[in-house]
Design a protein around this ligand. Structure first.
Ligand code: SR1
Ligand code: MG
Length: 407
């Protein structure tokens, strides 16, 4: 494809590094020993480079189309700027919880990011049956720092308005609006399920309560500019590193890949995490590991509790304008977000079963196990949109999911 800017290749990546002075303190461009393309996401090129001293660097370049589909689905590369700007801002607000950006090249839409090859992508670690305790809490703190620090609570009005203006991200938001909120219920020709799950998908689309709830969720997503949210905070957007060995308590957990960042509802990021914890639990249930499924579901409350505690701490430490933003507002926000986490969680888990972009948690199961796992996730989503009205305690969300995944 003819891109309007030069695309990186393994052969050209070293010269690219040499051409970027900001990278010279991170890697020796004259002594690059290896370059590998490691992109496994849906949109971009990703290279990892190492020099003779063992130092590494990641180069990520936006392709002018959706990689998952190919050049027939063009996509503007401005998402790279959104990713760079949100990595910088989120990194300042949540130090240590966000992948570090070394450089951004606006002419070729290339980000240079710290090498995290001593970490693992959390989703693949989950798929391998590993536990990284503390990662769910770290992501709760990250969401809280962003919720507070990019909203009117933590930013003065003029700075927030300017940040909001430069964060308008219509192309990527449209992908979410279509793939997450609409297409699981109104097939645009991009959905797919196993033949054995076709009845489940049809029941889902015919479930008026679910469709109405997703209509509300979509409205909230499109209209509620609360904070500069990550926008795609699934377990594949988190890197984790165990302090000792391949699993156990983490000494590092970092969000990355915020190209979908925009001013939106805080609970969208919480729901993304919750929905993907349910998917991880569905995999464990399918593999007959109920204890692990319970552990995975328990991540919902771990993330929520850490989020709430950090948000309360930031609130107390100092909001920009406490004159009208009192404790009543704080409790209202927390109650709203807690309930909306169920709603967005339901949306996020459903789209990964029925819609275009699926997850390896489910897709790498043998087909005879995928059927039940997919059904359990869809049933959980449909129950979540109902049960959140009754009692929105995060532990209830876990219980409801546990009952339905095990059926
Ligand atoms: C067409 S892009 C499909 C999905 O990949 C990203 O991870 C987002 O979740 C998006 O919806
Ligand atoms: Mg991504």
């Amino acid at each position: 494809l003819d891109a309007p800017y030069e695309l990186l290749t393994p052969e050209t990546a070293p010269a690219y590094v040499r051409s970027r002075p900001a990278l010279h303190e991170h890697i020796d461009g004259g002594d690059i020993r290896s370059v590998r393309e490691i992109g496994d996401g849906n949109l971009n090129l990703v290279f990892i480079l190492a020099d003779g001293a063992g130092r590494g660097l990641v180069l990520k370049q936006a392709l002018p189309y959706v990689r998952l589909v190919g050049p027939s689905w063009p996509l503007g590369p401005d998402r790279a700027r959104h990713e760079a700007e949100s990595l910088r801002l989120h990194g300042r607000l949540a130090p240590g919880l966000v992948a570090r950006l070394h450089d951004y090249d606006p002419d070729r839409y290339v980000l240079a990011i710290e090498d995290l090859s001593d970490h693992r992508v959390w989703r693949t670690a989950l798929n391998d049956g590993l536990r990284h305790d503390g990662a769910a809490e770290a992501m709760g703190r990250y969401v809280a720092a962003v919720a507070f620090g990019t909203s009117v609570l933590g930013m003065d009005a003029a700075a927030r308005a300017a940040t909001l203006a430069s964060s308008v991200n219509p192309e990527l938001c449209l992908i979410t609006e279509d793939l997450v909120f609409t297409e699981p219920y109104v097939d645009a020709g991009r959905n797919s399920v196993l033949p054995a799950n076709e009845g489940d998908a049809a029941e889902l689309a015919a479930d008026r309560t679910m469709v109405d709830a997703m209509g509300r969720a979509k409205w909230t997503f499109m209209t509620r500019a609360e904070a500069l949210v990550h926008g795609d905070l699934h377990t594949g957007s988190v890197m984790v590193r165990a302090a000792d060995g391949e699993q156990g308590p983490v000494d590092s957990a970092k969000a990355f890949d915020p190209e979908f960042a925009f001013y939106g509802p805080v609970a969208f990021d919480l729901g993304a995490l919750w929905g993907n914890y349910v998917i991880a639990a569905a995999r464990a249930t399918a593999l007959g590991d109920d204890e692990r499924a319970a552990w995975a579901l328990g991540l919902c409350a771990r993330t929520w509790d850490a989020f709430e505690a950090e948000f309360r701490r930031l609130w107390t430490d100092g909001r920009v304008d406490p004159r009208m933003f009192g404790d009543d507002l704080r409790e209202h926000l927390l109650g709203t977000w807690r309930s909306e986490a169920w709603l967005f969680g339901a949306a996020k888990m459903t789209r990964r079963i029925v819609g275009l972009a699926k997850t390896t948690d489910i897709e790498t199961l043998p087909p005879e196990l995928r059927e039940g796992a997919a059904r359990g996730v869809l049933r959980t989503a449909r129950r979540w949109v109902r049960e959140r009205e009754v009692d929105s305690a995060p532990r209830r969300a876990e219980e409801v999911a546990g009952e339905l995944l095990g059926e």
